[in-house]
Design a protein around this ligand. Structure first.
Ligand SMILES: OC[C@H]1ONC[C@@H](O)[C@@H]1O
Length: 457
């Protein structure tokens, strides 16, 4: 487990923020409680065949009712911060207009409990669960979505800004678009080469409108969270180099370029052809807003080759000597260092948080007592993954990147979207039959990393 470098070298900057991340639909359960409206995930998961085993977020980790116990657990683990998302349809059951005070009260109580326990809240406005009522009005395909999202953001800013000092507009617009509008694996389950660029662009317009709304009355920080998956050429052929450029533009540049540079990479027109619209300059002026930080979600890399595929014409080459997680992702910590230095080199010295990083490895459905009678979950593969990736962040800091914090994905085992409860990312085990929480060995180890500000690595 120990790294070759001197342990003393592993200390992180003073004030580095160590935490964990979750998302509303993945942990809360009770999706329709206290006046909430349905979201696209309530609808999608209840559509036969859309999720593994028909799993839904109806119960999940029952966090909507166990939130106080979960904050206590965060405190016991020594977390300094907690990244969570708000379910838009709890706040605005129809998506706009009428505010459901009970929904707002849930998040207000959660934030107060976090603060009372010395845990800093990082609030994500949108982590994939759009109100179904807005999907009925076209969802992210309707240009009005920018106004809808800004209105929702304003309700949250007025209620929580000051107690919440780090805001995130969107979580992973690439996944929302690729999963929800191109390949259909995620809500709302569309499969259209023509819809994907429109949804993607409107998501970024909505991001810009929500940041503008924040600047009008917010007094703290707001940023965007993107998933970045670095692409490495399978061979030194010109075809594979071109494939890397397409895959990199589509997954990595497509969101940070408009947000930070006010442009799209040219490869997107090559990829989408007639399906890539011409956008007015006013859209780019809306999208490109000053951001206080970028959140980077990192899991893996792709060794990329030229191939026949839709619509990228790229393929991923499995590495014979690689280690792979339960979600089929190669464990490649160097990719995180490369990602962080790439962001710095392309976009300048913007502060960054690792807002998600973690791995699904097999854990038993029930945490058995060990010889001491305490429930225990041994997860050496996850500990090794986290240790190597936190080390990779330290390397990026040494290379001059301004990294402000790390949120492990995830605090709890939870609903992995269409994969249901089959993949466990938590550092805390959840027994879905009893809702018992059991910190895994990785959580115990992470507590020591936090307490030593990384030196324990
Ligand atoms: O796939 C692992 C995670 O990736 N980032 C978004 C999360 O909701 C998801 O669970």
């Amino acid at each position: 487990m120990t790294d070759s470098r001197n342990a003393a070298d592993r200390t992180f900057p003073n004030g580095f923020l160590w935490g964990a991340a979750t998302a509303a639909h993945q942990i809360e359960g009770s999706p329709m409680a206290d006046g909430a409206g349905p979201s696209i995930w309530t609808r999608f998961a209840h559509t036969p065949g859309m999720t593994l085993n028909g799993d839904t977020g109806d119960v999940a980790c029952d966090h909507y009712r166990r939130w106080k116990e979960d904050v206590k657990l965060m405190k016991e683990l020594g977390l300094q911060a907690y990244r969570f998302s708000v379910s838009w349809s709890r706040i605005l059951p129809e998506g706009t207009g009428r505010v459901n005070q009970a929904g707002l009260d849930f998040y207000s109580r959660l934030v107060d409990e976090l603060l009372a326990n010395g845990i800093e809240p990082l609030l994500t406005l949108y982590h994939w669960d759009m109100p179904a009522a807005l999907d009925d009005r076209g969802g992210w395909l309707n240009r009005d979505c920018a106004d809808w999202f800004a209105e929702y953001g304003q309700v949250m800013y007025r209620a929580l800004d000051g107690r919440v000092k780090k805001w995130v507009t969107l979580n992973e617009p690439w996944v929302i678009t690729d999963g929800g509008y191109l390949h259909g694996a995620l809500a709302p389950g569309h499969r259209s080469r023509f819809e994907a660029p429109i949804a993607s662009h409107n998501l970024m317009r909505a991001h810009g409108a929500a940041v503008q709304a924040y600047r009008a009355e917010g007094k703290h920080e707001i940023g965007l969270v993107v998933n970045i998956e670095p692409k490495y050429a399978a061979t030194d052929s010109a075809e594979d180099a071109a494939a890397v450029k397409r895959a990199h533009a589509y997954m990595n540049e497509q969101y940070l370029d408009p947000a930070l540079l006010g442009t799209y990479p040219p490869e997107l027109r090559e990829i989408f052809g007639e399906a890539w619209p011409e956008w007015p300059q006013a859209d780019f002026d809306l999208i490109k807003q000053k951001l206080d930080f970028i959140g980077v979600n990192y899991y893996t890399r792709s060794v990329t080759k030229d191939a026949v595929s839709y619509p990228l014409n790229t393929g991923v080459v499995r590495q014979p000597s690689g280690t792979y997680t339960e979600t089929g992702w190669e464990v490649f910590p160097q990719g995180l260092t490369d990602t962080l230095t790439w962001v710095k080199d392309r976009y300048g010295d913007i502060p960054m948080y690792i807002t998600e990083n973690g791995a699904a490895f097999f854990d038993p459905p029930v945490a058995e007592p060990d010889s001491t009678g305490q429930r225990r979950v041994r997860d050496p593969l996850r500990m090794d993954y986290l240790q190597k990736h936190i080390g990779a962040i330290h390397d990026a800091i040494q290379a001059g990147c301004d990294i402000r914090g790390y949120m492990v994905w995830s605090l709890l085992d939870n609903l992995e979207w269409s994969l249901g409860y089959s993949k466990r990312f938590g550092v805390v085990h959840v027994n879905y039959a009893t809702q018992d929480r059991t910190p895994k060995d990785s959580a115990r180890w992470y507590s020591k990393v936090i307490a030593s500000n990384g030196k324990f690595l």
